[in-house]
Design a protein around this ligand. Structure first.
Ligand code: FE2
Length: 388
């Protein structure tokens, strides 16, 4: 299945000051290169995205164009074939009709030839089922620190991972995605889904086209864009926003606000967790006016919508705020890019300059949040959001 393409009209382009959204079809890694049949192979291993209770997207890339397919089933002996449309190098195959909280076996094929070993993944849990997720941001340096955080996170065995943006430094380049995303997280990507919020650095190449090409994210909004979306897992309704457009006075910004208010009003899960790239409450002195601008525009919608927890990146350290208008905000920007100093402020409960990720254990009654440093896996913060 190819990504849905969103073409924005000239009128919209002229009306706002932010660049029109890129559909994620730059064709980087999806050229017409052909290879002899016996040389056909993967040049990016299969990875999971948009896993729901009923479906999953399996993506992979081949060294030449071919008809892509995935075999999926409860066991290696009991699979069905799901095929891609047309011939490509970059394949994105949507598998539907799966059962909730169920383990499936899968592998991928090109022109009918098996290209990967069997792996397993598990569909999303229904409400009432405890689960664990990890969140982190600002990672794509290719440095030792990035690999240390990745290893610690893999050991935590999350059911899904949320990336808080700035996936690839310095500028979201397509050719750095393998070295700075697919390789560091390889052990997790083949069995659990990564979700992400687009960061400012991810936009610097092709207005985010390599990011949108690489990731298979939900696009459940009127613009059919993967830059903001929501999904459910267990007792959580997750909402991802594009904070780059907040305060930009463009039609996409308005569309996002309208969608967000509706999305939160209609969410049925016990917990609501919002995530995006830029903090509303941060500890970097020079960024306070940007934080305040976004706080003014976004916070009323998050409060009104009953959000319990906000996760962001952008500032390269760890911050937990006091409960601000009913919401705890966590800055988790220590995923691997060089760390920032910070100045704790009135709203700051905990500040730590450290590489880390955040682990969240969800039950119907509690969100148990632990910030874990890397390397060393020191516990740098722990708090609970309790049911009322
Ligand atoms: Fe950033």
């Amino acid at each position: 299945m190819k990504k849905r393409r969103f073409a924005i009209g000239t009128v919209l382009f002229l009306a706002g000051c932010c660049e029109p959204f890129t559909p994620g079809s730059s064709d980087a890694g999806d050229d017409d290169r052909e290879v002899p049949e016996d040389e056909l192979a993967l040049d990016r291993r299969p990875y999971l995205g948009s896993v729901s209770q009923e479906g999953a997207t399996i993506s992979f890339r081949t060294n030449g164009i071919c008809s892509g397919a995935a075999r999926v089933g409860p066991s290696p002996e009991e699979t069905r074939l799901v095929t891609d449309e047309g011939k490509h190098r970059r394949h994105e195959i949507r598998v539907d009709g799966l059962a909730p909280a169920t383990t499936y076996c899968y592998w991928v094929e090109g022109n009918g030839k098996r290209l990967s070993e069997p792996r397993i993944f598990r569909t999303a849990a229904p409400p009432g089922t405890p689960f664990r997720f990890a969140a982190f941001g600002d990672s794509g340096s290719g440095d030792e620190s990035q690999f240390a955080v990745a290893a610690a996170m893999a050991r935590a065995e999350p059911d899904l991972v949320i990336h808080l943006g700035d996936v690839i430094y310095p500028a979201g380049e397509a050719e750095l995605w393998d070295e700075r995303f697919f390789e560091p997280y390889a052990a997790m990507l083949e069995r659990i889904p990564f979700y992400a919020a687009i960061g400012n650095h991810d936009l610097m190449t092709g207005n985010g086209a390599p990011y949108l090409d690489a990731l298979a994210l939900p696009a459940n909004n009127p613009l059919s864009t993967e830059r903001f979306y929501s999904f459910d897992w267990g007792d959580v309704h997750f909402v991802c926003l594009d904070s780059n457009i907040v305060g930009e006075d463009c039609p996409e910004e308005e569309a996002q606000y309208e969608w967000l208010a509706n999305d939160l009003a209609n969410a049925t899960r016990r917990w609501k967790i919002a995530y995006f790239h830029h903090p509303l409450y941060g500890c970097v002195g020079s960024r306070q006016s940007g934080n305040e601008k976004r706080r003014k525009l976004l916070e009323p919608l998050l409060v009104e919508g009953g959000v319990d927890l906000v996760l962001v990146g952008h500032d390269h350290h760890y911050v937990r705020t006091k409960r601000e208008r009913g919401i705890v905000h966590v800055v988790s920007g220590g995923g691997g890019k060089s760390l920032y100093d910070g100045e704790p402020r009135d709203h700051t409960e905990v500040f730590r300059k450290a590489f880390h990720f955040v682990r969240v254990d969800v039950t119907p009654d509690t969100l148990e949040v632990v910030a874990i440093g890397a390397p060393g896996e020191e516990e740098i913060d722990r708090f609970r959001v309790e049911g009322e």
